[in-house]
Design a protein around this ligand. Structure first.
Ligand SMILES: [Ca+2]
Ligand SMILES: [Ca+2]
Ligand SMILES: [Ca+2]
Length: 542
C-alpha cells in the first residue's frame, strides 16, 4: 500500500536526485528482510547538526550514507536495510523512554517535518525506519497523568492504576511498584520507577489511544514499523505483572490494527527473558522479537572459547519459528558493549561479528559496535556519542557533547577504520554486504557440524544444492587441522569445492556419502586464534 508523505513532494521538487533515486523510492514488499541487517541508533548520540552537543534528526540525515548510500554497487557503506531509532517522541529524560507527547518529535532532536524528511531520505536509500514505541507507561509529567493525579474526577483516572493503600508489591527485579502521590493520600502503579506510571490497558480508551499513536507514526510520519518496548508488562491481572494473558490479547489487537493501517509494517518486541517466555508471543502477535538467549550464547562462546552452548538456542528458534521472526544481536542500549564485555580484544569482537552475521535470523547491530566502541553501566556510558573522527568533538559535534566521550574515542573512530581493510568496521561492512547477496547466509538452514573439539565451531547454512560452510576457532591458540564431519542427511551426496568468501585461500573439497554424511575432512590447514573462515559450497564432479 503506497503511503503519502506530505514532505515527499517538496523534497522531490527541491532536492537533487539522491544516490538511490534510481533504485527504489519506496521500500517494496516484505522481501526486504532477506539478507537484511538492521541498525539501532540513539539519535541523541549519533550526529549533532547544530553544535548544541545533542544529536538530532538533521545530523542523522547527514550520516545516512554511512548507514546505506542506496547504491548496491558500492560497499563502503554499512549496508543496513533498516534502522531502529530509540524513542524520538517528546520526553523530559535524555533516553526518551518516558514520553510526554507521543505526537511530537523531541525538541532536542528537531521537528515533525525534520522527521518526515529523515524518512524520505532513508527511503530514497532503501532504508526502512522503525521507531521505538513505548506503550507500557508514560512520563509522570505527561498531561494525562498529571490530570489524573490532580483531579479525582479526571477522565484519565482510569488510564492509570491508583490505590488508596500502599500494596507493597515488588517488581520481578525486587523494586517498589507503588509510588506515593504527592497530591493526595494515595499510590499509583509504576513498574519501572515513579517517573514512569503504567498505563492501564484494561481501559478500552487506552488501547484505542495506543492504536491512534501507531496510526499517527505509520500514516502521518511515514515509518515502516516499530520496536515495541517492554511488552511483557502491558497488563497486570490477578497479581501477574509479566506475560499475563491479557498482555497477549492487547498485542493481538494492536498488531491487527497495524496490519490494517500498513500491511507491510514490521513490528519487533522486547521480551528480555528466556526463549520459552519469548515463544509465548507467537504465532499471532508481533512479527518478531529479539533473541536475548542467542545474543548471550554468541558472546559466551567467544568469551569462553567453547562452542558447547552456541547452537542449542538457535536450533530451538529454527525449529519453532521462520528465520525472519526472530532477531539475534550482540548487545543493545541496555547492555555492556561487546568490546568491553570481551575485554577490549578486537580480534574477539571480530569473531563475534562473524558469528552474528553468518548465523540465522534477522540481525540487529547497535550503533558503534561496528567500530568497537567501549562502554559499561551506568546507562549513559553505553550510549555515548558516536566516534566519527579524531579530535575534540570526534565529528559528533562542533560543541560540547551532551555526555563525555569514551576514552577509546582516541583510538577507535570511523575515519581511521575506513582507511584500514583489516579494521572491525571493514569486516562489518564486508559481512553485511555478503549476507545481503548470499542466499545461504540470508535464509539458509543452520546445520551444526562436528569439528572434534568444542574449541572450534563449524556449521553449514544450507540451501538447495549446497550452501555456506563456516569454521571458526573460538580460542586464542592456533588450531591445526580441525577435522570436520557431520551426521547423516547433512547434504546431497557428491563432491563440493570450497570457494572462499573471505578473501582467504580455498578450502579442501568436501565429500558427502550416500547417507548424506560429510566424510571427515580437514577444510583448512590451520586457524589462527579467533579466526573464522567462510566458504561457498560448489557442487563439482566426483
Ligand atoms: Ca543538536
Ligand atoms: Ca552501497
Ligand atoms: Ca503495565
Amino acid at each position: 500500500m503506497p503511503r503519502r508523505h506530505p514532505f515527499a513532494l517538496l523534497a522531490v521538487l527541491f532536492l537533487p536526485p539522491g544516490p538511490g533515486a534510481a533504485q527504489e523510492t519506496t521500500p517494496a514488499g516484505s522481501g526486504w528482510k532477506s539478507g537484511a541487517v538492521c541498525y539501532e541508533i540513539f539519535v541523541r548520540s549519533f550526529r549533532d547538526s547544530d553544535g548544541d552537543g545533542i544529536g538530532d534528526l538533521r545530523g542523522l540525515i547527514e550520516k545516512l550514507d554511512y548507514v546505506n548510500d542506496g547504491d548496491p554497487a558500492t560497499e563502503d557503506d554499512l549496508g543496513a536495510r533498516c534502522i531502529w531509532l530509540m524513542p524520538v517522541a517528546q520526553s523530559p529524560s535524555y533516553h526518551g523512554y518516558d514520553v510526554t507527547d507521543y505526537y511530537h518529535v523531541e525538541r532536542d532532536y528537531g521537528t515533525n517535518d525534520d522527521f518526515k524528511l529523515l524518512v524520505f531520505e532513508a527511503h530514497r536509500r532503501g532504508i526502512r525506519v522503525l521507531v521505538d514505541l513505548v506503550l507500557n507507561h508514560v512520563s509522570s509529567e505527561h498531561p494525562y497523568f498529571q490530570d489524573a493525579l490532580l483531579h479525582p474526577d479526571s477522565p484519565y483516572r482510569d488510564w492509570f492504576v491508583f490505590s488508596p493503600v500502599d500494596r507493597q508489591d515488588e517488581s520481578p527485579w525486587g523494586s517498589r511498584v507503588w509510588h506515593r502521590s504527592e497530591v493526595r493520600d494515595e499510590y499509583y502503579y509504576g513498574l519501572f520507577w515513579s517517573g514512569m506510571p503504567d498505563l492501564n490497558y484494561h481501559t478500552p480508551a487506552v488501547r484505542e489511544e495506543a492504536k491512534r499513536i501507531a496510526s499517527f507514526w505509520l500514516d502521518e510520519m511515514g515509518v515502516d514499523g516499530f520496536r515495541l518496548d517492554a511488552i511483557p508488562f502491558l497488563i497486570e491481572e490477578d497479581g501477574i505483572v509479566q506475560h499475563a494473558p491479557g498482555t497477549h490479547d492487547v498485542l493481538r489487537e494492536l498488531e491487527a490494527h497495524i496490519r490494517r493501517v500498513s500491511p507491510d509494517a514490521f513490528t519487533i518486541g522486547e521480551v528480555w527473558d528466556s526463549t520459552g517466555a519469548m515463544l509465548s508471543y507467537y504465532p499471532d502477535q508481533l512479527d518478531a522479537h529479539f533473541a536475548f538467549e542467542v545474543s548471550d550464547a554468541i558472546l559466551e562462546a567467544v568469551r569462553s572459547g567453547s562452542a558447547e552452548g552456541l547452537f542449542p538456542p538457535i536450533l530451538r528458534l529454527q525449529r519453532e519459528l521462520p528465520w525472519d521472526r526472530w532477531s539475534p544481536f550482540l548487545r543493545n542500549h541496555d547492555q555492556t558493549r561487546t568490546m568491553t564485555f570481551l575485554g577490549g580484544d578486537v580480534v574477539k569482537a571480530k569473531l563475534a561479528a562473524v558469528l552474528l552475521l553468518t548465523l540465522p535470523g534477522l540481525p540487529f547491530v547497535y550503533y558503534g559496535e561496528e567500530i568497537g566502541m567501549t562502554g559499561d553501566k551506568p546507562d549513559p556510558r553505553i550510549r555515548t556519542p558516536m566516534q566519527w573522527t579524531r579530535g575534540p568533538g570526534v565529528g559528533f559535534t562542533g560543541g560540547v557533547a551532551w555526555e563525555p566521550l569514551q576514552p577509546d574515542s582516541l583510538t577507535a573512530d570511523v575515519e581511521a577504520e575506513e582507511g584500514d581493510p583489516g579494521s572491525l568496521l571493514a569486516l562489518y561492512r564486508r559481512l553485511i554486504h555478503l549476507r545481503a547477496d548470499n542466499e545461504a547466509l540470508a535464509v539458509g538452514e543452520l546445520v551444526p557440524l562436528s569439528a572434534g573439539t568444542d574449541r572450534v565451531a563449524a556449521y553449514l547454512r544450507r540451501i538447495a544444492g549446497g550452501g555456506v560452510l563456516v569454521i571458526a576457532n573460538l580460542g586464542a591458540e592456533r588450531v591445526a587441522g580441525a577435522m570436520v564431519s557431520s551426521a547423516g542427511g547433512a547434504l546431497p551426496a557428491g563432491r563440493y569445492a570450497l570457494r572462499s568468501l573471505d578473501g582467504g585461500p580455498s578450502g579442501e573439497p568436501l565429500i558427502v556419502d550416500g547417507g548424506g554424511h560429510i566424510r571427515p575432512f580437514v577444510p583448512v590447514d590451520g586457524l589462527g586464534g579467533f579466526e573464522g573462515r567462510m566458504f561457498q559450497l560448489v557442487e563439482s564432479d566426483p
